[in-house]
Structures are given as C-alpha cells and as structure tokens.
Design a protein around this ligand. Sequence first.
Ligand SMILES: [Fe+2]
Ligand SMILES: [Fe+2]
Length: 359
Amino acid sequence: MAPQTRGHTRTQTSHYHVQKRRRERFLEDWRRTRQTVVHGSDVPLAPTARGLRSGVFTGADGDRPTRSMDALVHEVDPGVTSTLHRHSWDAMLFVVAGHGWTEIDGERIEWGPGDSLYLPAWAWHRCGNTGLAPARYLSFSSEPMLATMGMAVLEDAGHTPVAGLPGRPAYSPGIEGDDPYARRLRRLAGDQDARRSGRLHTSWDELELVNTPRGTRTTFLLDRAIGYQASGITMAMFEIAPGRGQSMHRHPGEAWLYVVEGRGHSYLGAEPEGGELHPWGKGDIIVVDHYLWHQHINDDPERTAKVVRIHMFDSLLETMRALCDPLVLFEEPPDHIRDAQAGDPATVDWPEPRRPTWP
Ligand SMILES: [Fe+2]
Ligand SMILES: [Fe+2]
C-alpha cells in the first residue's frame, strides 16, 4: 500500500478546513453578541442560591458572552448573609448603595456607597447587609479569562463556618540553587507571597481626584499603583465636567465604563470622524473595546458625570501588545488635537465628590 493512502491521508476534511471553519464561526458569534451600551434597565435581577439578587451586564450567564472579564450587578437585602464561596478567579466590587460587610478569608470589611473591594482568587468570601435598605454593588471578574483556559473553578460552601474550610492552595517556598527548577520555585513563591498580601479595600473617603491631560479628573480605585495584586483587572474612576468630554483614543481588550452619576453620550467610530453617537445614563455600562476611536461627552450643562473604568491591562492587554508588536494597540491623537478635545480641566470648578446613590 502506498503511504499516501494509509490512515489519516484518507480523511476528506483536513485540519486546515476544520480550523478555518471553527475560527470563522467563532468570530461571527463574537460579533453578533457584541454591544456598545448595556443599559441598566435591560439587566433583570433574579434571586440566587447565594441569597443575593443578581443580574448579568456582560458575561456568559447573560446574553452577552465575554472573553476576559464579566460584569454583574448584585443586591443584598437588609439582614441577609450570603453563602460563602470561593473561586479560581479574582474579582473587583464597586458599591453603589447601602451599607454592609464582606468577609474575605474571615477578615471582615465594612463598606458603604462608593467603596471598592478586591476579592483574591481562592479566598473564601461572603457578604451581608447591616443597613435598613437593600445594598447594591457591581462585580467585575476574570472568570471568562480562566474559563478560556479551562481553569475556572467555583466552590460554594453554603453557611459552613470558614474555620472548618480548606485554605488557599498550598505552594512550596523558594529554595536555594541556580538551576531552572529552583529559579521557578523562588519566582512563583515570591509571586504568591506578593499576591496574597495585597490590599483588599479602598474607601470612598480616601479618594483624591486629580486632573489629567485627557480633560477629566481621575483616581485609581483598585490598581497595582496603590497596592493591589490582581490578575490584571484594574478599576479607576473619572469625572467629566459639565458639557465637556474626555479626549479620543482607541484600544482593544474588554474595557467598560460603569456610569455612577450623570448622563451623556459616547462617540464610537472606525475613524475619528463619521462614527456613531451612543447615549448613556446612570447605571449603564458603556462598552469601548472594539478598537474603535471613542470619546465620552457629559451632556449635563450643570453637573459632572462620574464613570468607573474597568479593563484588564496589566495581564491581557499587555500580553496582546507584546504578541502583536509592531501592531500598535493603543492610540491617541497627537498632543495638540488631544488638548483641543480635552480642554483644560484646571479651568473647571470641580464640586466636592459625593458618594454614589441608587436608584
Ligand atoms: Fe465570588
Ligand atoms: Fe478607552
């Protein structure tokens, strides 16, 4: 028998065809579910086994699947304590209403509107409401990223006391030596030491908003610049002055803006001119990850707009930038155009920042 008629050579559909069809279908599906603004009013909340009411802004358990992060909203009623659970991904929370607490591996953190929290991977956590009204918070997690690699694991422990539950996965300490295995042990142990001792909470009261050349004033909420050790998700807040806008730019990755206060519109276009305008208001999430030029304008003539920005820059976007180099994955207009778009934020009479409210 001639070698070319044996075994796999008889197959009609080659690896090339299977792969090509699979990849085309993947992108078609992706484009079909992509959104520009997810309005809060289009996100229904449903009671869950954890004791919370939850809704999906973006993510596989709603109708808008994502690749790197998801965005959900949760409500906790007065007196309710959620179940305890942990997972292989990390998450960030931003509280928009109510007063309560979150326990992270038994450490209790009290929170109120405008506070942000970090939930490390594999840490047991639960929350409760100590106020008289429902509490509401947004969560942003790296579950989709881990799910793409088959490493998303979730464990719910109900109301078992945390003292009786296993701790985070063990790791071996670094050892002496100059061989590749010793170097790997030391490197990974050092990384875990750092990641397991990062910050967990930023209070609204400590935020300090600073003017930027993009025409807004901003502050980090949860970021490695202020001591957090996350998977790459980062949260910042920016404020747009009445009638003004943030200067234009474009980038890929998943990047979302949760509108804390205010109303306005975003420009999105393949070119800096001729694109579409998308209106938004309080409680919406603006999706700005299509590698489109985007600019956000505050339409209120008197009040500022406050927006919480979430993306996965330190891990995924940096990886994409490195792997795609010399393709440029983050673009801004030249300084003179940026400055004309941004205006001078120093000329703005910024109000005293008020804690978020809902509804
Ligand atoms: Fe969780
Ligand atoms: Fe952006």
